[in-house]
Write a protein that binds this ligand. Structure first.
Ligand code: SAH
Length: 340
């Protein structure tokens, strides 16, 4: 059955017009779903009975099953079951500026990054827009509070599920929808060039983050197979175009992997690569997992790396860590569950 949460505002306007109804019904429907947060069509009391009946024939007001929640003081980790039994994860982080959620975009992932738990598990399927929207709605319901920021950085490669991603962004950003401001939405990609180009043409001011993790093709090829398809020089070129077109700052994520990409030389190469770009670097202390041999760089090494970048006048932060004691790192809750 088709979830009502798959539908953008425009889809619903078209749906009502096709069914000889006024398009303003889309506003009413969005208000019931996203302001009043009803759980069934029957609760939509200002919509005529025959329209409700038609909606019930065409759509469902569905839900994901929350299989497990792990709670820490500044992070909650959710394991969801989809209607076909697949499992996905979302992580809620409590910041001083608000609450952010890291959502999944696919069941598994085909990008095969060597350090990543999700990549080890291969893509089963794309998530529907509704399955991304419901991660937000159900976490908000669980905490009885609003989420201010959304990052698409959980399981999956969002640009390998592009159309559903764009519908999802439209629904959560819409003034009658969940109303997450576009500047509060970040999409993270391993670097699928044609989709970065498409993304730059979108009307939304959504943030883009690039999982870089290495500053030469030689190193990046070893840890991120996607680099063999879209090599670094082409990736940097398209990002420069993206910045020129959108006038927005891009984030580069850089996982610190012990003795893989964390030397002084690596830091200098990274600075050479990013010189003059409107960007900032987010250094990520690697979350070690039992199944993968990579180790986290030492604290001093991370600080040294940070200092080099800072001295070269490139904006840089070290990612604050949330919930490493409840395996908040990507894909780890799901993979633990599958090991049971
Ligand atoms: N596929 C997208 C988004 C999902 S991965 C992307 O590649 O950006 C989100 C981020 O988590 C990426 O930067 C990814 O490289 C990183 N990541 C994966 N495994 C990690 C781990 N064990 N520790 C820290 N970061 C990890």
């Amino acid at each position: 059955m088709n979830s009502i949460y798959n539908k953008t505002f425009k889809d619903l306007e078209e749906y009502f017009i096709e069914n000889n109804e006024k398009s303003y019904k889309a506003t009413q429907l969005f208000e019931w779903l996203y302001s009043k947060r009803v759980k069934s069509f029957d609760e939509m009391s200002n919509i005529k009975k025959d329209v409700i009946q038609k909606l019930k024939e065409d759509f469902v007001v569905d839900k994901l099953v929350i299989k497990k929640v792990e709670r820490d003081k500044d992070v909650n980790k959710y394991l969801f079951e989809l209607c076909d039994g697949n499992l996905i994860e979302a992580v809620l982080m409590m910041h001083d500026y608000g609450k952010s959620i890291c959502i999944s975009s696919q069941v598994g992932c085909n990008m095969g990054c060597k350090f990543c738990e999700s990549g080890r598990q291969k893509k089963v399927r794309n998530l529907l827009p509704s399955e991304m929207v419901l991660q937000i709605l159900q976490v908000e319901e669980d905490i009885n509070d609003r989420i201010s920021h959304v990052v698409v950085m959980g399981i999956g490669e969002p640009f390998d599920n592009y159309d559903n991603l764009v519908d999802f962004i439209d629904i959560i950003n819409h003034p009658k929808g969940i109303q997450i401001g576009s500047r509060h939405i970040t999409v993270s990609t391993c670097g699928i060039i044609p989709k970065i180009e498409e993304f730059s043409r979108l009307p939304y001011q959504v943030n883009l983050a690039i999982s870089l993790h290495a500053a030469t093709n030689e190193k990046r090829n070893k840890i991120m197979p996607i680099n063999k398809v879209y090599p670094l020089e082409n990736l940097i070129e398209v990002i420069k175009k993206y910045i020129a077109k959108t006038n927005r700052r891009v984030t580069f994520e850089y996982i610190m992997l012990k003795e893989v990409n964390d030397s002084i030389e690596d830091a200098n190469k990274l600075c050479d690569l990013l010189k003059g770009m409107n960007c900032y670097v987010n250094l990520i202390p690697y979350n070690e997992t039992n199944n993968i041999e990579f180790k986290r760089s030492k604290k001093d090494t991370i600080l040294q790396f940070y200092d080099i970048i800072k001295k070269r006048n490139i904006a840089v932060t070290i990612r604050r860590e949330f919930g490493s004691n409840i395996s908040a790192a990507c894909g780890q809750l799901r993979s633990k569950k599958e090991d049971l």
